[in-house]
Ligand binder design. Structure first.
Ligand code: M6R
Length: 595
C-alpha cells in the first residue's frame, strides 16, 4: 500500500524518472500522488489528488538529480492535496514519503508542536520530517538524524527522506518493502534508485539490493551505506541480478491490465505447472511428514488455500487446516516445531501473512511460501519458496496469480498421492484448454451476458467441493471491480439463510463439474430457480435448469481452475459496463502491507 520512489545520481532528469517510476507503482495506491525534486538547494514540490496515470512526465523535466515521489493509499487523513506526500520539515529542506503507519504520531506531533513546529496535514507521516529536522539539529548528520528519528516511531513502515543540504536520500524499513536499484554503465556507477517494488526502476537497472526489516540505507549517488536501525551497525549487501522481463508488466494492446492478465492465463498456468518434479516431491513428503499443516493467505490467495484443502483431501486423502492469515494468530496453540505453515501470496508482502509466518517461526515451525514475486519479503523470510512464475500481476484484481496458485497446490496434492505424473499431465492439458477456451467468441459471450445483468445490484454464486471456494472467489472478483453486491456460498448452505435474499430475476451463478458434487449442486440450483432466480450455469454440461450456460470443458479435479476464468471475464465486463475502471477499484490497493 502506497508506492515509494526515489533517485539520486548523475542523471539530471530525476523528475521525469520519478514520475515514470511512480506510474509503475500506481497499483499500490492511487488516492493521490506527489513528487519533490532538487538540483541543489531549491526543493520543487508538486502534489495532487487522483491517479497519476494522466500526468505527463515531460512536465517534470527541469534539471534535477535528486527526487522522491509517492502514490498514496490513504490511512490517516482524507484524500486531499494537503495530505498527499511528500511532507516537508519546518525549514523545507527535508521531504519525506512514507508507506505504513506511525502509530504514536499524535504524541510525537504534540511534542513537536511544543517545540514550535507547525503542521499542514492530518497525516501521521508529517511528524517524520519534523522529527528528522530536530535530530539533525542535534547531530548534524542526515543519515544519523533519520536513524535517531526512527528510534521514536512505533508501527510498521517504510520511509524515504531527501535532504537538500546534504544531497542525500535515506530510507528505512520496519515492515513495508524497500528495494535499492544500482545503475551502472560498463561497470561504472551512475546512481541509485530506491522503491517499493522492482518494476518501478526495472527500465534502468536489473541490479538490486534488498533492505530487510530493521535496516536503513543512505546514499548520495556515489556511495551507499546499509545499517541496522537500532544499533547503527553497518551491514554488507550483495548485489543481485534479477531475471524476469519488463514486457511482462506492460499493458500492450489491452485497455486494462485486468483483461491482459486474464488473457495471460493462456500460457501462465503452463509456467506454474512446470515445476521441478524433485522439488514438488520433497514438498509433498514434508507435508505428509508434518505434525499439522496449516494453509494461510488473504483474499484471493486465501481462496486458493481453501481449494487446496479439498485437493489434499480428495486427491491425497490428507487433512490440512486452513485459516485466513488475519485469523491465524488464534490457532498458534496447535503449532509445534514439527508443524508446517504453507503461506500463499501473490505479492509476497501481505502484512497479515508475514505476521502468520512470524508466529509460526516463534514456535519453531517451518514455513513453505508459494509466491509470485521473487525477492519479496515472504520469499526471503520463508524456509522454502515455490515460485508460481506467472509474471508480474498489476491489476488489483488477482486473476493469473490465482490459477497459478491453484495449479501448484493441485500438483502438490497429486505428488502427495504418489500420482505426480498423472497430475502434471492433467494440469498441462488444463493449461492448454485455457488457451482454447479464451477465444474471442467465448469472451464476447461473457460481454453480452454482462450487458444483460449489469444493472442488477445483487448477484449470488454457489458451488460445492472445490467449486465452493471458487464461488467465494467469484464474489470477491465481482465485488471489487464492479461494486455489484455479490456473495458466494456453499450450495448446501442456501436453505439455512441466504435463500431469503432470492427474488424474481436475481442472477445466480452455479459452478458445476462432472464430479460427485454434481447432483447436489443441481438440486441447490432447483431451489434457487423455484424462488425465481435467473440461473447461469458454468461447467462442462448443459442442464435444462440453466437460463444461460457458460460452457467450460471437463477438467476433472482441475475444474476449479477452468471454472473461475469465465467469472473473471464476466467481472471485468460488469465493471466496464457499469463505467468503472477495473484496474483501480475504489478503496483498494494491490499489495496490502498494513494490518
Ligand atoms: O499479494 P497477496 O496474494 O498476498 O494478496 C492477498 C489479497 O490482498 C489479494 O488476493 C486480494 O484479495 C485481491 N485484490 C483480490 O483480487
Amino acid at each position: 500500500m502506497c508506492g515509494i520512489f526515489g533517485y539520486v545520481g548523475k542523471r539530471t532528469d530525476a523528475g521525469t524518472i520519478a514520475i515514470e517510476g511512480l506510474k509503475n507503482l500506481e497499483y499500490r495506491g492511487y488516492d493521490s500522488w506527489g513528487i519533490a525534486c532538487t538540483a541543489g538547494k531549491e526543493l520543487t514540490v508538486s502534489k495532487d489528488i487522483g491517479p497519476i496515470g494522466g500526468i505527463r512526465s515531460e512536465d517534470f523535466s527541469a534539471p534535477c538529480s535528486l527526487a522522491v515521489a509517492h502514490t498514496r493509499w490513504a490511512t490517516h487523513g482524507g484524500v486531499t492535496q494537503r495530505n498527499a506526500h511528500p511532507h516537508l520539515s519546518e525549514d523545507g529542506s527535508i521531504a519525506v514519503v512514507h508507506n505504513g503507519i506511525v502509530e504514536n504520531y499524535l504524541e510525537l506531533r504534540r511534542d513537536l508542536k511544543e517545540k514550535g513546529h507547525t503542521f499542514q496535514s492530518e497525516t501521521d507521516t508529517e511528524v517524520i520530517p519534523h522529527l528528522i529536522e530536530e535530530e539533525l539539529k542535534k547531530c548534524g548528520d542526515f543519515a544519523e538524524a533519520v536513524r535517531n528519528a526512527c528510534l521514536h516511531f512505533d508501527g510498521r513502515y517504510a520511509i524515504l527522506a531527501l535532504h537538500t543540504g546534504s544531497n542525500m536520500l535515506v530510507a528505512a524499513r520496519t515492515g513495508s518493502p524497500l528495494i535499492v536499484g544500482v545503475e551502472k554503465t560498463d561497470g561504472v556507477l551512475n546512481g541509485y534508485f530506491i522503491a517499493s517494488d522492482i518494476p518501478a526502476f526495472m527500465k534502468h537497472t536489473r541490479i538490486v539490493q534488498y533492505l530487510d526489516d530493521g535496516e536503513m540505507v543512505a546514499t548520495d549517488g556515489k556511495m551507499i551505506r546499509f545499517q541496522d536501525i537500532k544499533t547503527g551497525e553497518v551491514r554488507e549487501k550483495r548485489e543481485i541480478s534479477i531475471t524476469y522481463h519488463i514486457e511482462q508488466s506492460q499493458k500492450g494492446d489491452f485497455e486494462h491490465f485486468m483483461l491482459k492478465e486474464i488473457m495471460d492465463q493462456k500460457e501462465s498456468v503452463t509456467r506454474a505447472v512446470n515445476q521441478d518434479e524433485g522439488e514438488i516431491r520433497t514438498i509433498a513428503e514434508a507435508i505428509l511428514r508434518a505434525k499439522g499443516t496449516f494453509l494461510v493467505g488473504c483474499g484471493t490467495a486465501a481462496k486458493a488455500c481453501m481449494a487446496a484443502e479439498y485437493f489434499f483431501s480428495v486427491v491425497a486423502e490428507h487433512h490440512v487446516n486452513f485459516a485466513p492469515a488475519s485469523e491465524f494468530k488464534l490457532f498458534h496453540h496447535f503449532l509445534k516445531p514439527e508443524s508446517l505453515l504453507i503461506v500463499v501470496s501473490q505479492s509476497g508482502e501481505t502484512a497479515d501473512v508475514l505476521e502468520a509466518m512470524r508466529i509460526a517461526r516463534d514456535k519453531g515451525s517451518k514455513v513453505l511460501a508459494i509466491v509470485n514475486v521473487e525477492g519479496s519479503t515472504i520469499d526471503r523470510e520463508a524456509d522454502y519458496t515455490l515460485l508460481i512464475n506467472v509474471g508480474q500481476e498489476r491489476a488489483v484484481a488477482s486473476t493469473k496469480a490465482l490459477t497459478g496458485q491453484l495449479a501448484v497446490l493441485l500438483l502438490i496434492a497429486y505428488a502427495m498421492g504418489e500420482r505426480l505424473k498423472e497430475g502434471r499431465t492433467l494440469l498441462l492439458e488444463t493449461a492448454s484448454t485455457i488457451n482454447d477456451m479464451l477465444n474471442p467468441r467465448f469472451v464476447e459471450r461473457l460481454e453480452v451476458l454482462a450487458a444483460k445483468i449489469h444493472k442488477n445490484e445483487n448477484l449470488f454464486i454457489i458451488g460445492k467441493s472445490w467449486n465452493y471456494p471458487m464461488a467465494m472467489e467469484s464474489a470477491i472478483k465481482i465485488q471489487e471491480v464492479s461494486y455489484v453486491h455479490a456473495e458466494g456460498f456453499a450450495g448446501g448452505e442456501l436453505k439455512h439463510g441466504p435463500i431469503a435474499l432470492i427474488e424474481e430475476g436475481t442472477p445466480c451463478i452455479v459452478l458445476t463439474g462432472n464430479d460427485e458434487a454434481l447432483q447436489d449442486i443441481l438440486s441447490n440450483a432447483q431451489e434457487l430457480k423455484a424462488r425465481g432466480a435467473f440461473i447461469i450455469g458454468v461447467g462442462p454440461t448443459k442442464f435444462d435448469i440453466f437460463d444461460e450456460w457458460i460452457k467450460v470443458p471437463d477438467a476433472g479435479s482441475a475444474q476449479a481452475i477452468l471454472n473461475i476464468i469465465p467469472i473473471q471475464v464476466l467481472a471485468y465486463f460488469l465493471a466496464v459496463k457499469r463505467g468503472k475502471n477495473p484496474d483501480m477499484p475504489r478503496n483498494l490497493a494491490k499489495s496490502v502491507t498494513v494490518k
